[in-house]
Design a protein around this ligand. Structure first.
Ligand code: SAH
Length: 287
């Protein structure tokens, strides 16, 4: 082997190593972001290889492609930052933040929708199916409604709440403090929305606005309830909700990505001291 071929070999093995580090095997925990990132990084890596050589300059990506890639990376980064923020601050802080900069809310939701395109099944659809199988006279409160998909898909009267209102049917507020009357709704929904550090106050608000025997439906990211991986013990969470004044009626862990928990409001409230478990943030890491 010549010196130069040795150099080539070591350079290309280094290069392979670098490539491997950039594109590690996706873990089960963060499949969505990882997939997207691998596609993006592969593009960037190819672009870098082309840069520098004059003969290759003709093969350089068109500026629009390059700018698109750059934009995509920037918005991906901003989405991850906002997502982490929502999981690590209180609802009131999140409300204040988006009030100051509503564009950030659009940024968050563009990223969120992109993430959702990679989920094999959307939890919100399970909730819609559940509602469609019941009387449309049930009044629903959708806490953290996002694009208000529930209100758009069922005939029921739906009160949709989120931090920012992007359409007139959405009520902008911190959902720990809604404008609903006590005991005025039949179904309270939290679909992937128990994000704030004060998430228990959202469930307390749902308890306040639900009629006795009303239903509380919760869909959450499964990894947040995996005690072997820093998540909460689902038993502790279910117990805390029950201590607040609910009976557990469904615990569905069959989906790979999310869990479904259904509760019925008890006729009489408890005055117990409740121990709410901390819920792990659902972060999407950049690789
Ligand atoms: N339920 C929708 C959106 C889930 S994303 C769906 O399943 O598609 C979580 C949503 O909860 C975001 O839109 C976020 O803005 C909202 N959210 C988080 N904390 C909130 C709070 N304190 N008050 C109101 N909305 C909140």
């Amino acid at each position: 082997m010549t010196a130069s071929s040795m150099k080539d070999e070591s350079t290309s093995s280094k290069h392979r190593k670098r490539k491997r580090q950039r594109n590690p095997k996706p873990s089960k925990e963060e499949p969505i972001e990882t997939k997207l990132k691998i596609q993006r990084d592969t593009k960037i890596c190819k672009n870098n290889q082309r840069g520098g050589s004059s003969s290759a300059s003709s093969k350089r990506p068109k500026p629009s492609n390059f700018l698109d890639t750059l934009r995509e990376r920037l918005s991906g980064g901003q989405f991850r930052m906002l997502n982490e923020k929502l999981y690590t601050c209180s609802g009131q802080e999140a409300l204040d933040y988006f009030k100051e900069d509503p564009e950030m809310f659009d940024m968050y939701h563009t990223g969120y929708q992109q993430q959702m395109t990679n989920w094999p099944e959307l939890p919100v659809n399970s909730i819609i199916e559940w509602l469609l199988s019941r009387s449309s006279s049930l009044v629903v409160a959708d806490f953290g409604c996002g694009d208000a998909r529930i209100a758009k898909s069922v005939k029921n009267k739906v009160f949709s709440f989120d931090l920012v209102s992007k359409n007139p049917s959405v009520i902008a507020c911190d959902m720990s403090n809604t404008s609903l009357e006590s005991s005025s709704v039949d179904v309270a929904v939290f679909c992937l929305s128990l994000m704030g550090t004060n998430y228990s106050s959202y469930i307390k608000e749902a308890h306040r606005v639900l009629r006795p025997s009303g239903m509380l439906l919760i869909a959450e990211v499964k990894s947040r309830f995996d005690p072997n991986n820093g998540g909460a013990d689902p038993k502790d969470f279910v117990k805390a909700v029950c201590d607040l004044g609910f009976t557990s009626v469904l615990k569905d862990f069959s989906n790979k990505m999310f869990i479904l928990l259904h509760f019925k409001k008890k006729l009489n409230s408890n005055e117990k001291k409740i121990k709410w478990p901390e819920l792990k943030a659902c972060l999407y890491k950049r690789r």
